[in-house]
Design a binder for this molecule. Structure first.
Ligand code: TGC
Ligand code: FAD
Length: 392
């Protein structure tokens, strides 16, 4: 792969909207990505392996639980810092950001928000340091966009619960030490269950043959009469709103992350277009290529503004789920479109692993599907503005 020469676009001087602390955190994550992710990521993706060597570094830059309080091992940062870290690591690869999103927003967040003090103290510091890796099981083979139909269930056996069922398409599953799993109790109420690796009847087979997110490990979670101690149930929230609350945090991170992938594609295409000569001139001098590049920077700038404002609202505790959906949907679609356009700017070279663009493009096909598909997020906006749910 070519050396990482990334230069971040900032067309509207958005750095002026960031504090000195934001910039320090962002720059540390940017440097780390350049040094630790870029040199190894293409090979990891080609070989379809998650590069475990980066786990310690992710913990060190605060990517595991950026906004979780320091007393639980988190970085205690604000929402914009969290977003900037996601942006920088997804600039390297969406699969790396996925690993961090799952750990922070889908595993640490529910334990922090819905768990008790003993659960927080037991799991959060180890998840923050990367000693424990986590995964989040909501999707099932027959229930993806409609998680409320889930069939995974827990049965009260007096001194413990029995967990049965299966989850599918679970990021980090093959190597996770702990899984936050959503299951229905006998009353049909969705509960959060902490499942530890090693519990009898719990297996995590890996899903192979993916063309997307190849550097992120995906798998199933299979529960065959798993005995769950009562202290492993998250006590402080139940119902579908509990997992959806976690998704709000993860979708917010993805909105920032997608900008990172888009920035990388744009920056690569711009540099290539200035260097590549055809018909005696750099291809950047042709109007058709300028149109692509000009539209890319316009869309990136719009997404940066949308996302920064969302970060301010999140810091003030005012961002709605529907606002987060709009940003996730817009930014991932924007990034995927830019990846496709940038790929064309590079001609045949664009399909090779010499450049990051094709990898980003393939990754973004997952990002536009997980954490709520592009269609589902449109319907969430539709519901918000009309008051009428069009899901069913
Ligand atoms: P609905 O009746 O609308 O809502 C049920 C309850 O949930 C509340 N709620 C929310 N709470 C918090 N945050 C949100 N975003 C919420 N949205 C809804 C709602 O108020 C209600 O509460 P209550 O107290 O009245 O019970 O539910 P529905 O069954 O009609 O479904 C709505 C729909 C379709 C929007 C929802 O099911 C949905 O978002 N589906 C998409 C599923 C999804 O996003 N799955 C993601 C799986 S995890 C994943 O993909 C990880 S990828 C990880 C990585 O690698 O990065
Ligand atoms: P379906 O729900 O079957 O949807 C298929 C199509 O129908 C989509 O285009 C959808 O938009 C459309 N559709 C569905 N319902 C409607 C409707 N009401 N109106 C209009 N159109 C509709 N899940 C987890 O729980 N944890 C994870 O860690 C995780 N990681 C993932 C990693 C990867 C790489 C991938 C690809 C997925 C991951 N997922 C995870 C699962 C992901 O959240 C689901 O794939 C996603 O929610 C969509 O579900 P589905 O694939 O079953 O598609």
């Amino acid at each position: 792969m070519k050396p990482d020469l990334f230069q971040a676009p900032d067309y509207y001087q958005l750095d002026d909207l960031l504090t000195e602390e934001h910039k320090l955190i962002r720059d540390a994550a940017r440097e780390w990505t350049k040094r630790e992710v870029s040199p190894i990521i293409e090979e990891a993706a080609q070989n379809a392996v998650f590069p475990k060597s980066i786990i310690n570094g992710l913990a060190e830059i605060g990517a595991f639980g950026p906004y979780i309080p320091v007393k639980y091992g988190g970085a205690g940062l604000d929402q914009i810092s969290y977003g900037l870290i996601m942006q920088e690591i997804e600039r390297g690869d969406s699969g790396v950001r996925s690993t961090a999103s799952v750990q922070s927003s889908l595993v640490m967040y529910p334990i922090w928000k819905y768990g008790n003090e003993a659960q927080r103290n037991k799991y959060l510091p180890k998840l923050a340091s990367g000693e424990f890796m986590g995964c989040f099981g909501l999707t099932e083979p027959d229930h993806g966009s409609n998680p409320s139909g889930m069939v995974t269930n827990i049965k009260d056996m007096g001194d413990h619960y029995l967990l049965n069922g299966a989850k599918m398409w679970i990021s980090n599953a093959p190597f996770a030490d702990v899984a936050v799993v959503w299951a229905k109790n006998e009353a049909g109420r969705i509960k959060g269950v902490i499942v530890d690796r090693g519990m009898e009847g719990f297996t995590t087979p890996e899903t192979h043959n993916k063309w997307s997110l190849r550097a992120s490990a995906t798998g199933e979670l299979i529960f065959d009469n798993v005995k769950i101690p009562k202290e492993n149930i998250l006590p402080n929230k139940d119902g579908l709103g509990a997992p959806l609350g976690c998704l709000d945090s993860a979708r917010y991170g993805i909105a920032w992350g997608a900008i990172g992938a888009a920035m990388d594609c744009y920056d690569t295409a711009l540099r290539y277009a200035k260097e590549r000569i055809q018909f005696g001139k750099p291809i950047a001098s042709f109007q058709l290529q300028q149109k692509k590049l000009a539209e890319m920077i316009t869309e990136i700038t719009k997404a940066q503004l949308l996302t920064w404002r969302l970060g301010v609202l999140r810091n003030e505790g005012k961002a709605t789920s529907a606002q987060i959906s709009m940003a996730k949907r817009n930014n991932v679609d924007m990034a995927l479109h830019i990846a496709r356009e940038a790929r064309q700017v590079l001609g045949a070279m664009g399909i090779t692993g010499e450049y990051s663009i094709m990898r980003h493009m393939m990754n973004l096909e997952s990002v536009i599907t997980y954490e709520g598909t592009h269609d589902i997020h449109l319907l969430i906006t539709g519901l918000d503005i009309t008051g009428i749910p069009a899901f069913k």
